[in-house]
Design a binder for this molecule. Sequence first.
Ligand code: ATP
Ligand code: MG
Length: 584
Amino acid sequence: MSDHSPSCAEKAPAPAANFIRNLIDEDLRTGKWGGRVETRFPPEPNGYLHYGHAKSICLNFGLARDYGGACHLRFDDTNPEKEEQEYVDAIIEAVSWLGFDWGKHLYFASDYFETMYQCAVTLIRAGKAYVDSQPADEMRRLRGTLTEPGTDSPFRTRSADENLDLFARMRDGEFAEGTHVLRAKIDMASPNLNLRDPVIYRIRRVPHHRTGDRWCVYPLYTFAHPIEDAIENITHSICTLEFEDQRPFYDWLLAALADAGMFARPLPQQIEFARLNLTNVVLSKRKLVQLVDEGHVAGWDDPRLPTLIGARRRGFTPEGFRLFAERIGVSKADSWIDMGVLEECMREHLNDTAERRVAVLDPLKLVITNYPEGGSEACEAANHPLKPELGKRTMPFSRELWIEREDFMEEPAKGFRRLYPGNRVRLRYGYVVECTGCEKDAAGNVVAVHAEYFPDSKSGTPGADTYKVRGNLHWVSVAHGYRAEIRLYDRLFAHPHPGARREGDPEGLERSFLDDLNPESMRVIDAWLEPALRAARPEERFQFERHGYFVADRIDSTDGAPVFNRTVTLKDSWSNENKAHSRG
Ligand code: ATP
Ligand code: MG
């Protein structure tokens, strides 16, 4: 297959082979599913989606896209306690933002409660489920351990009729919570604890965010999930590795229901892959909740938090996430991905698409002493060095300019090529200037730099090329610049594995992930920006030359007064430090 397209942004990266694709290819070859590929992304609406979910979303929706199939967005809302509509809405927004479309396939597990109940009744009739009325601690005790088999419940031999009667009365609300549960009848001596008669229904007198108080019995996740897959005719049910031990139950349950005529074969196949572990963040809902609740970050959409709404505010792009998912691939082996890989994917996409602008983050005044007082003129700057189709904008040049403080040294260090007395540099898109000195305050701090310009050196004019200089500085006209707040974001945790033990830690020392928070993960500064940036729309992304990629904040920007967040720096400044960290 030869493919030669002009821009990498337009071209979806060719999918790399992986064990899941191999499996699907084999199913297509044997005709197992008649050519159908149907996957699902099944979030529980009890929190905001994070970068780890993005891996799963890109995988499931990506497979459906590449094989001409469908991917369902299914809310796994079988637990009434922690689920809320707010999360449903946020999840829908996040999946769309990532660029995926479920078409008509939007489902709620709670819509299947009646079918799930009928599945349970079917199991009872088939002698494969029973109502257990032991106290919870007794049930736990009789379950056995990894090395010892469990013991049958005294209620295990109840007749199907008695079980049907009790289960119906559980549903009708006759019993208190905890008095009865429904269990699958499999094998109390199984070496796999998940097969020792797992509980499949329990009484819960809690209203559900969608079904209200219609139900007081709720299915357990491990029972509900395979049924959801079967109802929706899912072909490949992809989940993370911690469910590997549940697969025998997944298969047992669907086979039992197929034998009883509830579902047709072939039955959905559960396939496990390694979850995303990413350095310098935490991807566990519990820890994310803690960071928000204890105020370590400003909220769920804090740009430092690895949530997708945080990422969006940070300026990360859907294209960057999709590239990342392709690049890290999927495997069966747990591993850690360096945050630098994700940042590099964002950089690649932004480098391709973001228009260039100029910003001075640490301003020092430069006075061009031979430039007319009160005068100004336009300089032209390309919006993108490689994309003339993105056009140009003008930047006003005048006698007083802001430059970066670090671009001047009164006593130049060895190899310093920027401004120092007697040296010439080009003011990018403008003139060549020669530094003539500086002004200092009483304390000896440099408060202004002086220079003279060469009127025949303006960029883009015929004489410009005769000036050979080695420094090339960016600048903003003092009289025209736009002063704005900029948030310089950095990694949330300074250590790649927050809370992990370090070599040499004394025995018994407990570290908390909170101890590894990076105190410099956010710095707020006032910067001087070129006037064109005043017009930036919320979520518009730019490269600030020499500084990195920035986005106009989608919440705090107002019309004509955007504020900016740093998405990523131009280069990975962490990789060396990481090496230092891992050396201990
Ligand atoms: P957590 O364990 O952090 O609370 P979760 O798995 O409970 O997350 P769900 O809403 O159940 O959150 O997840 C929806 C889907 O996203 C599941 O299929 C799950 O396997 C997948 N997923 C969750 N975390 C990751 C991760 N770190 N990497 C890849 N996939 C993930
Ligand atoms: Mg889960």
